[in-house]
Design a protein around this ligand. Structure first.
Ligand SMILES: [Zn+2]
Length: 302
């Protein structure tokens, strides 16, 4: 699933590609993508004649701003946009097409069909679901250490699921949560209210540093993610924890371990990220770890 750096890369690309383009008509091939309004004819009718003014982002949501209307779009697992000439054959799994007056088309393709689109009047979108309950934007000036501490409050939830739920801070998914917690040296099962002030500070810094570096690199190309122009990001080469099970920690040399936290595969360095006292389950046993290393070696030899 694209996280903040990937969505930001898509945003920048789309902003460049579609700003100023006027919608002639809209084709909806898969109505289930539409959430508001969910009627494809109504959805298309509201968009006709509108011009894209800018593409913005809130958390992992894109906000496509038009004259008098805002389209809120979430790519979920594999949604992607592409700009094509109208004569280019349409690929399978293309669910929504914005036909422009200049003969080009913005096409939304989504193999998994989990993406969503909502239409709002300008500024209404921030007051209603799905954007109204979102937490702090980590790359904006308002994300200060104090605001982060206030948002964490006295929450007793484990820090990894808490960061994933978007209520404290937005934009982090499984990849960048693992990266930020590794950089901060915090175990993902630590309760938020047990973080020491110094740890809160390290985590705040790690979130900003991890996401900024990933945005700079154009996001990570994990599985099939590509940005709005069909280009891949390069941050996957800089990952220090995520996806490195059985490989040495780049900080201390211990082998990165994989466990499950809040139902999500989680990568930690057992030395840099000490487990809180009451957590022993979930971490890989040495046998599992050895098997993981063996699988990796086998994979390399094939
Ligand atoms: Zn380490």
């Amino acid at each position: 699933m694209p996280e903040l750096p990937e969505v930001e890369t898509v945003r920048r690309t789309l902003n460049m590609l579609i700003t100023g383009k006027k919608i002639d008509r809209v084709t909806v091939n898969l109505p289930r993508i539409l959430q508001k309004p969910d009627d494809p004819q109504l959805f298309a009718a509201r968009l006709e004649g509108r011009t894209f003014q800018s593409v913005e982002r809130r958390g992992k949501f894109l906000r496509l701003v038009m004259d008098g209307l805002v389209l809120v779009s979430h790519l979920r697992m594999e949604g992607r946009y592409g700009l094509f000439d109208k004569d280019t054959p349409t690929e399978i799994h293309t669910h929504v097409i914005f036909h422009f007056t200049d003969g080009t088309e913005l096409r939304y393709k989504d193999v998994r069909q989990f993406g969503t689109m909502h239409l709002f009047l300008p500024n209404e979108e921030l007051q209603a679901p799905p954007l109204n309950k979102l937490g702090l934007e980590p790359l904006e000036e308002g994300f200060t250490l104090e605001s982060f501490r206030r948002a964490l409050g006295k929450r007793s939830t484990k820090i990894k699921p808490l960061l994933l739920n978007q209520e404290i801070v937005v934009g982090l998914g499984n990849i960048y949560v693992d990266e930020a917690l590794h950089m901060a040296g915090i175990h993902p099962e630590t309760s938020a209210n047990e973080l020491k002030r110094k740890e809160q500070e390290l985590l705040h810094l790690a979130i900003v540093k991890t996401l900024s570096a990933a945005v700079e690199a154009g996001g990570s190309s994990i599985k099939s993610y590509v940005n709005g122009q069909g280009e891949m990001g390069f941050f996957q080469h800089s990952l220090r924890a995520y996806g490195r099970t059985g490989e040495p920690c780049l900080t201390c040399g211990s082998l990165i371990e994989k466990s499950v936290v809040g139902g999500r595969g989680t990568h930690i360095c057992p030395k840099c990220q000490k487990a809180p006292r009451n957590v022993t389950k979930g971490v890989m046993t040495s046998t599992q770890r050895n098997n993981a290393v063996k699988r990796r070696l086998d994979g390399l030899e094939q």
